[in-house]
Design a protein. Sequence first.
Length: 288
Amino acid sequence: MMVRIRTMARLTGIREATLRAWERRYGFPRPSRMEGNNYRVYSRDEVESVRRVARLVQMDGLAVSDAIAQVENASLDVPPGTDRLTARFWPAARLMDTEEMSRVLSAARESMDVDTYCDDFLLPLLREMSSWLDIAREHLASALVRHRLWQVLLSVESPALGPRALLACPPGDFHEGGLLGLGVQLKRKGWRVTMLGADTPANALRAACAQLTPDLVALSFVQSRERTEFQSLLEEVLRTCSPTPVAVGGPAARQHLLTTFNTGAQYAESAEELIALWNQARCAQNRP
């Protein structure tokens, strides 16, 4: 999409004279010129950049030069190898531009199937946030991404029958993004999913198991823990959920594989592995 300066002014709220002045003084924005009449034309990315500068000036009180520098630095500083939508998301996240982040997430949802949207777009964003954002920006951006994962989870039709999985994060673990992705995958494979989410205490697990009688409990450990703390938490979960089989996943669980197996739990990296473990447990129970 290319627009002329009159449309740029209408879309951004910045007068034509001001846009020309910024271009002369700061070299921003950088319009192309139409052949034959030399009119200025602007790309969609330039429209978004001017909007961000205007927001920083009007809402945050930055000087124009500082706002332009912040927008341009954010636009250049993106991880290598990112696709177009991911490359748009990171600058918006650094600027705490909620509207632009939402537009990027919506554009991704419209252009991708559910598995690609979750596995190849949303979940990689969550995994990389701590590397590219400070704490405040990570909180804002991750909340938006988790909200989209919740939307997808709720939009996938739940089967009337089929095994039921109870998904949770242990106490003190607030990183539920991977768990949401697992819930989407399980539902698409015919499972009924109950999501307890982040920071789930043992009494909540106990009550949910008593009411729902799930076929499997899956816990996502992301927050790093000492071995003794991990073992104590896992043993409490096994007592709480007995006789339901318990599987764990996540980077913190990966650090304690031997402890996981010694306590009687299972470890799974994916929905496929989780389902395979459950099938093995069923076959073992049915074996004479």
